[in-house]
Write a protein of this length. Sequence first.
Length: 275
Amino acid sequence: MRVAGWLLALALAMPAAAQDTGLHSLATTAEAAAWDAVGRLDIGGKGFCTGSLIAPDLVLTAAHCLYDKRTGAPVDPSAIEFRAGLVNGHSVASGMALRAVAHPAYRFDPSAGASESRNDLALVELAQPIDDGAIRPFETAPEVQAGAEVSVVSYALGRAEAPSREDSCGVLGQQRGVFVLTCDVDFGASGAPIFQMDGSIARIVSVVSAKGELGGRQVALGTSLTEPLAELEAAFEASGGDAPVRTARAEGTAALKASFVTAQGDLNAQATLPR
């Protein structure tokens, strides 16, 4: 399957070859405190994804999280709960969804794999804002270059009760709004924020969409925020928002380069949605 001129045959729900990813659990409240705006998004008792606050009442996540993977039907928003800073059964704050809006161009099709990753983005509006002064929503920044180092905080299979952070993984390249990254993701990490660090400041530059294997190495696909987030925000407002979307943005970001840069060859397998 070719996508925008580059082969994204991502495969494999099976684990890739063992590698030292630097992934470590944030298993205590003190360790997790800086990342409390990341939380587990529980989907109607049938699974979970990861999401992050970008405003007191808005959670950014992956669009495919909003669909029942067995039937393909949208999940009732009232069955979605965001549990901010969840560690060992205790969340710093939590809230039920009021509504959930996927990117208007997204189509739920697990077999489509990488071809849907560009638009695999959603906003979940909480019924009540999370106004805990200790939890600060993250800024978003729509620019990250091939070769950059990023960080991921996620909940996933085998580590569902506490977030884990990979301090540093790499951006192998991007094309048309899809990043290929060396980050370690698994089922449940869908929607996890991909951060670029500026000193102690973490800004979200992408969201985990899918996982796969490249040359025997586990990789992740991430959705760019450059255009899709603005398109999603417009759809969110049009679907019934009474006020403009209140996301925090980093200034001074440039347009993404159109070229795909990677020295590691084509991806030879089939994209797997890690939820």
